[in-house]
Structures are given as structure tokens and as C-alpha cells.
Design a protein around this ligand. Structure first.
Ligand SMILES: Cc1cc2nc3c(=O)[nH]c(=O)nc-3n(C[C@H](O)[C@H](O)[C@H](O)COP(=O)(O)O)c2cc1C
Length: 200
């Protein structure tokens, strides 16, 4: 397929081998991430997604200090070497996007539309995923590699303390990004018969 969207979706891959050589100035990457999140859809256009964009030393602090030291007492000592290497690989990138969902926005929606009250937390998770996909794809198009990580809620308190995050923001994912330092791994696909039905 030669559609532009499909080309972009093909370019978005998980990249663990990150470096610091961004193809764009940090300010442009920052603007790109913000615009991707602004444009991502959300239920009732509630715009519940929030983001903290860490560059350089701040991103290194997230992985080499906060996440590594949070995990150290939780991981068996003989297994920590791989955790240590993994955290260093994220820190080797140029930055990290912290994806949040604003819980105050959810509460307002629940009060305004009680009929959907149970659904808003679910819609919020969907919106978070859409924002993450939008950013990941936009970074890929700019030649920037990234992966999607989940260390919440383990790191929440320390992250909030360090960067003064509003209490209503709930951390959902972390996206370390940087230059692509290795080719992407092979990706396989399950049979279409198992996942699609087209009906006419
Ligand atoms: C909802 C979701 C959660 C994921 N969580 C993680 C994660 O915690 N750590 C990780 O390394 N990759 C995570 N991934 C990345 C997937 O493993 C990856 O997208 C998948 O293997 C397909 O590879 P690709 O991204 O190169 O297309 C996650 C992806 C999604 C969509």
C-alpha cells in the first residue's frame, strides 16, 4: 500500500538502541510532541492528556536515578544487571516523554454526563494510547526512535516530587526517544484470518 498514513505507521517501530544525536533541534522536537498531543482525539474533546517532556540531564535523571533506584530494592540482586543495563539504554537517548491523564478532567466529565460516568476512565486510557501513538509516529517521521515504557505507579511519587507534577495528573507511560542507533528488530504478523472480518 502506498498511502502516506501507512508509510508513517510502518516507520513507527520500537527502538531500544537510542543515542543523543537528534536530527532536529530540541525546541523543534518539543513543538512536534506538543502538536501531536494537541491533535490527538479524546472523548468529548475533553483533552485529558498531559505531558512532561524531559531532555538531556532531566531524562537521564529519570532513568539513572529515579527509576533505577526505585527498582533496585525490588529486583533480586543477581537479576539487577539487566535492569541496570536497560535503564542505561533509556538514559542513552536524548529525552523522554512522560504521558499523563488529568483526573480532574475525568471528574468534571463524570459530573456533567453521569450516564457515561463509568466509561470516562476507560475513554481516558484510550485517549492516552492515541496520544502516545500520535507522538511515537510523529517522532518516527522525524527520524527519531522511541519505545513505550510502563514504570507507573512505582516511580510516580519521586517523579512528582522532582518536577512538581500537579496532583491530578496520573502517569500512564514513559517514552524514551533519541537517535536510532541500530536497525529495527524483525516484526511478525498474525494471520489476517484470525483478526479481520470484512462483510458485504
Ligand atoms: C499498550 C502498549 C504497551 C506497551 N508496553 C511496553 C512496555 O512496557 N515496554 C516495552 O519495551 N514495550 C512496550 N510496548 C511496545 C510493544 O512491545 C511493541 O509495540 C510491539 O512489540 C510491536 O513492535 P513495534 O513497536 O516495533 O511495532 C507496548 C506497546 C503498547 C501498544
Amino acid at each position: 500500500m502506498s498511502h502516506h498514513a501507512i508509510a508513517l505507521f510502518t516507520a513507527r517501530r520500537t527502538q531500544y538502541a537510542l543515542g543523543k544525536n537528534l536530527p532536529l533541534p530540541e525546541a523543534d522536537v518539543d513543538a512536534l510532541i506538543r502538536q501531536a498531543i494537541r491533535l490527538a482525539p479524546s472523548s468529548f474533546n475533553s483533552q485529558s492528556s498531559r505531558a512532561v517532556i524531559l531532555f538531556g540531564a532531566a531524562s537521564e535523571k529519570l532513568w539513572k536515578n529515579i527509576t533505577k533506584e526505585t527498582l533496585r530494592p525490588m529486583v533480586p540482586a543477581d537479576a539487577f544487571a539487566s535492569t541496570d543495563a536497560k535503564m542505561d539504554s533509556f538514559a542513552a537517548g536524548a529525552g523522554t516523554v512522560l504521558f499523563y491523564e488529568d483526573q480532574d478532567t475525568l471528574k468534571e466529565l463524570q459530573q456533567k454526563f453521569p450516564l457515561y460516568a463509568d466509561n470516562f476512565p476507560i475513554f481516558s486510557e484510550h485517549s492516552a494510547g492515541m496520544a502516545q501513538f500520535a507522538v511515537w509516529t510523529a517522532l518516527a517521521e522525524a527520524g527519531i526512535g522511541a519505545s513505550l515504557q510502563h514504570y507507573a505507579p512505582l516511580i510516580d511519587a519521586e517523579v512528582s516530587r522532582t518536577w512538581d507534577i500537579p496532583v491530578a495528573w496520573k502517569l500512564r507511560a514513559q517514552m524514551p526517544f533519541g537517535s536510532n542507533e541500530k536497525p529495527f528488530a524483525e516484526k511478525t504478523f498474525i494471520a489476517d484470518e484470525a483478526r479481520f472480518k470484512t462483510i458485504r
